[in-house]
Design a protein around this ligand. Structure first.
Ligand SMILES: Cc1cc2nc3c(=O)[nH]c(=O)nc-3n(C[C@H](O)[C@H](O)[C@H](O)COP(=O)(O)OP(=O)(O)OC[C@H]3O[C@@H](n4cnc5c(N)ncnc54)[C@H](O)[C@@H]3O)c2cc1C
Length: 327
């Protein structure tokens, strides 16, 4: 079986955190398969990004460079990746479950006469036949499917936050420049411009302060914000998260939601305030390094997973904590 291949995505000129997570995930799978991990960088000026990717000790970093690959042109990207897969025959192709990944993966699978499994939250190797076993939520998160497919490459998109980001390695990867044969006739859809959307990136926070249905009023989230501000003086980036009922009430936008149908995060600390700890919430924050719960109900699930807990009303606890932090 060929290497495990990763599609590199960039942000602000550097590597997207999701790409680093894919590298870490691929390394684990590659060990079990006794194979290597390679990456592909696509674009019109790929040298800087390829150099960044080469710092992660991969087997090879393929540079697919062409003027038609400028920005994100889905038809050209799919054409170039199809060409690369035929050239290098990866056994597994890991792609982030991002805007780009969702656009590219199923179309690529169709072109290569294989299957794509999207939005995976777990990947492991079947010891029996070395096939890739994927776990993914289905029916709006009400069930989890375990999927195996037969086509090669095994193409999957992976949800963010499933793996820890990889760290740079001591050895640099070989960078291989390639010019895929593309022409204008491929482009049936053209990307005209990219509009950056303001979203709360909970996965980039050092600490997440999350409020749940136990927060009585929308206005009470202000005290969570004050707490976040006080904490950010000593603890880096502190962002506000929430459980699903808070989004359902329209108090916060869905990018603040933590859980199965929200973000999967692993901050240094997660403070759950008025959140009971339903399994759909826990799955999104259980990898946090430290969990701190503030809840009136000692019997709630959140206390079972918490490292530290305060049994009490947030209306009393939070002002006292803020005062202490300010001191
Ligand atoms: C398909 C599906 C997907 C879902 N996806 C998600 C998801 O992604 N994320 C998510 O969060 N949920 C999700 N849910 C919903 C989930 O099942 C729970 O309903 C939800 O997480 C409960 O939110 P909560 O803990 O804030 O509310 P509750 O369970 O109502 O808990 C409120 C808590 O607040 C405490 N409390 C009350 N007053 C105070 C006070 N004054 N001070 C301190 N504590 C107080 C209570 O003791 C209680 O523990 C999903 C459900 C389904 C069916």
């Amino acid at each position: 079986m060929g290497d495990i291949l990763i599609l590199v995505e960039s942000k602000g000129g550097g590597l997207e955190k999701m790409t680093l997570e894919l590298i870490r995930g691929a390394e684990g799978l590659a060990k079990e398969l006794s194979t290597g991990v390679s990456a592909v960088v696509v674009g019109a000026d790929t040298a800087p990004l390829a150099e960044s990717a080469a710092a992660y000790g991969l087997n090879k970093v393929y540079r697919l460079e062409h003027t038609l690959l400028q920005g994100f042109q889905p038809d050209a990207w799919v054409g170039a990746l199809e060409w690369l897969c035929k050239e290098v025959s990866p056994g597994i192709f890991l792609i982030s479950h991002s805007f780009v990944g969702r656009e590219v993966a199923p179309r690529l699978a169709y072109r290569l006469n294989t299957e794509a499994t999207t939005d995976c939250i777990g990947l492991r190797i079947d010891p029996a036949d070395k096939g890739l076993i994927r776990t993914k939520p289905i029916y709006g998160g009400n069930a989890v499917a375990i999927v195996k497919t037969e086509g090669i490459p095994q193409i999957v998109t992976v949800r963010k936050g499933i793996f820890e980001p990889a760290e740079p390695a001591a050895t640099r990867s070989e960078v291989v420049s390639m010019a895929p044969p593309l022409d204008e006739s491929l482009l049936r859809v053209k990307s005209l411009k990219t509009v950056e959307q303001e979203v709360v990136e909970l996965d980039k926070a050092n600490v997440v302060i999350a409020g749940g249905r136990g927060i009585a009023e929308k206005e009470d989230f202000e005290v969570l914000t004050d707490f976040a501000k006080a904490l950010s003086k000593t603890h880096g980036r502190v962002l506000i998260g929430c459980s699903r009922p808070v989004v359902d009430k329209g108090w916060m936008s869905s990018d603040h939601q933590v859980g199965l149908t929200g973000s999967m995060i692993s901050p240094d600390a997660y403070v759950a305030i008025g959140i009971s700890g339903a399994v759909q919430h826990l799955v999104g924050m259980i990898r946090s390094k430290k969990i701190i719960a503030i809840n009136t109900d000692l019997g709630c699930n959140m206390f079972k997973v918490a490292d530290y807990g305060v049994v009490g009303d947030y209306k009393e606890i939070l002002p006292a904590l803020i005062k202490k932090l300010e001191e």
